[in-house]
Design a protein around this ligand. Structure first.
Ligand code: HEC
Ligand code: HEC
Length: 475
């Protein structure tokens, strides 16, 4: 029994008791003396009138019950559940998942019931290989050995796996910027090699087009592995007799050991490093319980705020093999206070003519495992990366004026900074892009952070050159 019904009942009992006392008083003081009734007769009259009061109360109670005066909130909940059940239902060919939203606005579109047309895709379970370098088991095995072999570096101290720790650091190194031979540090953060096989452009600035081309770079890079020449690399491999057998198996008996074949074997191994085993992929494949409610809200925001305009397709990157429309994007695209705090303007990115700061859109798979983030590794909280992206890449930075130099017009824009709750929802979704296997081997990227949202509200002066360099327009 709930509070309202209890109140009603005690009120009723008090009223009935009062009525009975009044009836007895009336009989004793007024009615009985007037009618000259004594003894038992007095009590009979009192009982008759009292019974009248009781039956009247009983009638009232029945009427109240029937007309639902005592309806309980529990009943309303039950009604709502029935109503929800009337909405489109799961059918044999489709599944619907309902997610309550604790905020009224989740980017665009804003009208209730509007759906984004973005179609989510799962990662293929195999990476494509070029015709010039078909994948074979022998090549993958050889590539794995080479990838893990520190004797391919000048002082025999660093292998590819030193910086790309596949199992403990999600394929990166956990450092701000990479550390190579003799403890030398570079200027860029180490990206993961997991799912690099799906990328069309490699490196932060997108300067390599294939894994074969990329693999040669670090071997000869003076601050990474520091080998002086291609011949020196080949010599190191030839020194180990066991490599001879591995090359025979991979490329045919007596095949020459060349830098190209070394790189091709490493590339084949990298094509085996893919992670379709994520909660996101299971969700897209139909397992509706794979994502938590918060992750589903984050997924919706990821589309409605516009993240999908760059982090699109199965590999969450427009610079992937699935989407060759917009290989590089300007970053930061519009001014925010963060670029000073995190020194985001110091490196120039790709040297596209007339454009500074053009970067390849990175994949976001396993991103929760590969902090710190961004090209210079300056940001150590994933939530901050989300805020920076929303404000800098999509203009979700408050109520502000946008001056266009070309049209010489000022536009008033109302794109609120994502709320703390929304930021955390997106972070939760990004965690759903982590491989189940890799999460089991690492700490899962740690807890989502809960820092205060910096408020950005300023006049944005966006030069038109920068806007056009964005490629696809900001939604
Ligand atoms: C000293 C640390 C270090 C070593 C050793 C190293 N890498 Fe890297 N790797 C990096 C850094 C840093 C980048 C990004 C560089 C840039 O963008 O300019 C990178 C980028 C890559 C990428 C591109 C990933 C992407 O998404 O763009 C691949 C693939 C890769 N490395 C594979 C390898 C292979 C194969 C080897 C061994 C032959 C290797 N790396 C050795 C630090 C290292
Ligand atoms: C206009 C294109 C664009 C949009 C829109 C965009 N991003 Fe990015 N994103 C980039 C680029 C380019 C980088 C690489 C920046 C760099 O080199 O430092 C990046 C980097 C990131 C990273 C860090 C990756 C890493 O490994 O360090 C995360 C996380 C991220 N974006 C999430 C988001 C989220 C969430 C949204 C939506 C709120 C979003 N992005 C919207 C282009 C975009």
């Amino acid at each position: 029994m709930d509070f309202d019904t209890q109140n009603l009942l005690s009120l009723g009992i008090a009223a009935v008791a009062l009525a009975l006392i009044v009836v007895v008083g009336m009989v004793r003081r007024e009615l009985a003396p007037a009618a000259r009734l004594h003894g038992r007769r007095r009590w009979l009259l009192a009982a008759a009138l009292g019974a009248g009061v009781l039956t009247f109360s009983a009638k009232l109670l029945v009427v109240a019950g029937l007309s639902g005066i005592a309806a309980q909130p529990g009943d309303l909940r039950a009604n709502a559940a029935v109503a929800a059940d009337d909405k489109p239902r799961a059918t044999a060919s489709d599944t619907h998942v309902w997610t309550a939203l604790p905020y009224s606005r989740a980017g665009v579109p804003t009208s209730p019931g509007a759906a984004t047309t973005y179609v989510w895709q799962a990662l293929p379970t195999q990476a494509p290989a070029p015709a010039s370098n078909p994948m074979t088991a022998a090549k993958v095995r050889l590539g794995e050995r080479l990838f893990n072999d520190p004797s391919l570096s000048h002082d025999r101290s660093v292998s590819c796996a030193t910086c790309h720790d596949l199992f403990k650091q999600g394929g990166a190194d956990g450092l701000v910027t990479a550390r190579g031979i003799h403890g030398q540090t570079g200027t860029r953060n180490t990206p993961t090699v997991w799912n690099a096989a799906f990328q069309n452009l490699l490196f932060w600035d997108g300067r390599a087009n294939s894994l074969e081309q990329q693999a040669v770079g670090p071997l000869l890079n003076p601050i990474e592995m520091g080998m002086p020449s291609a011949a020196a690399v080949v010599e190191r491999v030839e020194q180990r007799t066991s490599y001879r057998n591995a090359f025979d198996e991979a490329y045919g008996a007596g095949s020459e050991i060349t830098l190209e074949r070394i790189a091709a074997a490493i590339a084949s191994y990298e094509r085996s490093l893919i992670t379709p085993d994520t909660p996101y992929d299971r969700f897209v494949a139909g397992d509706t319980r794979a994502l938590s409610e918060q992750q589903r809200r984050g997924m919706a925001l990821f589309a409605t705020l516009g993240c999908v305009s760059c982090h699109s397709g199965p590999n969450f990157s427009a610079a992937s093999l699935f989407d060759t429309q917009a290989p590089r994007r300007l970053f930061p695209a519009s001014p925010t206070p963060w670029e000073q705090r995190y020194a985001l303007l110091e490196q120039s990115g790709a040297d596209a003519p007339g454009v500074r700061m053009a970067w390849r859109v990175p994949s976001l798979r396993n991103v929760a495992l590969t902090g710190p983030w961004l090209h210079n590794g300056a940001v150590s909280e994933l939530a901050d990366v989300v805020r920076i992206m929303a404000a800098s890449q999509l203009g979700w930075s408050g109520h502000y004026l946008l001056w266009s130099a070309r049209s010489r017009t000022v536009q008033e824009i109302d794109r609120p900074l994502p709320s703390e709750q929304q930021v955390q929802d997106i972070v939760a979704f990004l965690h759903a892009l982590s491989s189940d296997r890799l999460v089991a081997l690492t700490n899962g990227g740690g807890p989502a952070d809960t820092r205060d949202t910096a408020s950005v509200s300023s006049v944005h002066d966006v030069a038109d050159g920068r806007r056009t360099a964005m490629g696809r327009a900001i939604p």
